[in-house]
Design a binder for this molecule. Structure first.
Ligand code: NAD
Length: 424
């Protein structure tokens, strides 16, 4: 019989937040006590030191992690984050959310996440390559197409995935594209993977706006974070007829009630690398962006940006969580009490990324590649089914949408653990 253990390894605000979500879901479905802790806590973590030769000849040692939360339902799956504020607790929470997400949408995967404490903007391309290769080198033995499959997340991209895949392949002695996903098409990437997370967010936003009887052509959208997920979400929603009134990156936000020119913003970002001083609207702060009047608010950057202080001030109708963990437990309660904002919870909202990663992995296993239409059609089918199952669970048990999504994901992982026994 397990008793609630206080985790010290991962202890942090964000890990406690993920644990509280788990506890609420476990209580809601009466998850047996003896299965709780081993479903909740990560299976294992690997901490690595990464010495990197700098361009000036010196050596810097970076630190990184890989947390494999659940390997009971398949090889573990999850992105690698390169960011200066990465902690073991954050990686643990992100790995936990990957477990629930993969189970919720019915993928044959467990959950994992990786992170390196580094500001990638401060490294040259050569230094970044050395760091990416060294990270993969340190994880050989713990990753692989049937073991744990990394992918891009904040601060990492297709090129980094190509370096990681190449390092692994050189080790095993043959090309092994299925060891990571989110690769360039030239080395076994999938059509549609780059835009998959944003395309999935936009698809679900469209469906929920329909349910709310809000025409997308009259909808305004504010997006925090204009990286892979934020920019692809913006482009997809704009193509669907919505007006993107605000975008941001770590340097600040741009607000334009007439609509931000996305192509111009992307071109500016390409040349300047930051949105700062982009003249396509008024400069506002990232905090102000979250409180703008809009139909849809989309956090697409980091965790815990919607908290008890700004939750009462949100002026959106739909909160679409493209980022992982953007809403704290306290903010969740406030939004639920307000009752005027619908939430698409992260584990559903941004699942398009891992769904197309799964397609990429499948194509790699079979060395048989699909066209973009097939990828997007299959992506939409899985998202639609997941949305329906969340809505059914929500109605049946009178749960919030987050609780509905989490109970489905957690319930499936727990059932697999129960059926298999104590080891996995
Ligand atoms: P990215 O590195 O491509 O972009 C991150 C964006 O957030 C950048 O515009 C960056 O400037 C901005 N940002 C960073 N710190 C910020 C801050 N303090 N305030 C405001 N903006 C800040 O990363 P991404 O892949 O687009 O990931 C964004 C979010 O989506 C993360 O929560 C990630 O876990 C989640 N996610 C990503 C994927 C994927 O396929 N890449 C899939 C599912 C979920």
């Amino acid at each position: 019989m397990s008793k609630a253990v206080v985790s010290t390894l991962y202890d942090s605000d964000v890990f406690r937040m993920a644990c509280r979500q788990f506890d609420q879901a476990a209580d809601a479905i009466n998850l047996p006590e003896e299965i709780r802790d081993r479903t909740k806590y990560p299976r294992r973590c690997i901490a690595v030191s990464l010495p990197v030769k700098r361009d000036n000849g010196s050596v810097t040692v970076f630190e990184g992690y890989r947390v494999q939360h659940n390997i009971s339902t398949g090889p573990s799956k999850g992105g690698v984050r390169f960011h200066e504020s990465v902690t073991l607790g954050e990686v643990g929470a992100l790995a936990m959310w990957m477990s629930w997400k993969c189970s919720l949408v019915g993928l044959p995967y467990g959950g994992a996440k990786g992170g390196v404490i580094v500001n990638p903007r401060e490294l040259s391309a050569t230094e970044l390559e050395h760091l990416s290769r060294r990270y993969m080198q340190e994880l050989i033995g713990f990753v692989g197409p049937q073991l744990d499959i990394p992918a891009p997340d904040v601060g990492t991209n297709e090129q980094i995935m190509a370096w990681m895949m190449d390092t692994y392949s050189n080790h095993v002695g043959y090309i092994c594209p299925g060891v990571v996903t989110g690769k360039p098409i030239a080395v076994g990437g999938s059509q549609g993977r780059r835009e998959a997370t944003g395309a999935g967010v936009a698809f679900l936003v469209g469906k929920y706006l329909e349910d709310m009887k809000l025409p997308i052509s009259k909808s305004t959208v504010a997006i925090q974070g204009f990286g892979n997920v934020g920019s692809e979400t913006a482009l997809a929603l704009s193509a669907m007829g919505a007006k993107i009134v605000a975008i941001s990156d770590y340097t600040g936000a741009i607000y334009n009630p007439a609509g931000v020119d996305l192509r111009k913003a992307l071109a500016y970002l390409q040349s300047e690398r930051v949105l700062k001083d982009f003249d396509g609207g008024d400069a506002v702060s990232n905090e102000q962006l979250l409180e703008l009047e809009c139909t849809v608010l989309i956090p697409a950057a980091l965790e815990r940006v919607i908290h008890q202080d700004n939750a009462p001030k949100l002026k959106c109708r739909l909160l679409a969580e493209a980022a992982n963990g953007p809403t704290t437990n306290a903010a969740d309660r406030i939004i639920e009490d307000r009752g005027d904002i619908e939430i698409i919870p992260d584990v559903l909202c941004n699942s398009g990324g891992v769904i197309v990663s799964y397609f990429e992995w499948l194509q790699n296993q079979q060395s048989f590649y699909w066209d973009r239409d097939e990828v997007i059609r299959k992506l939409h089918a899985i998202l639609e089914k997941a949305k329906e199952s969340v809505e059914y669970q929500k109605r049946k048990f009178k749960f919030s949408r987050r609780l509905a999504a989490l109970t489905l994901g957690i319930g499936r992982v727990a059932e697999a653990k129960q059926k298999r026994g104590l080891f996995p």
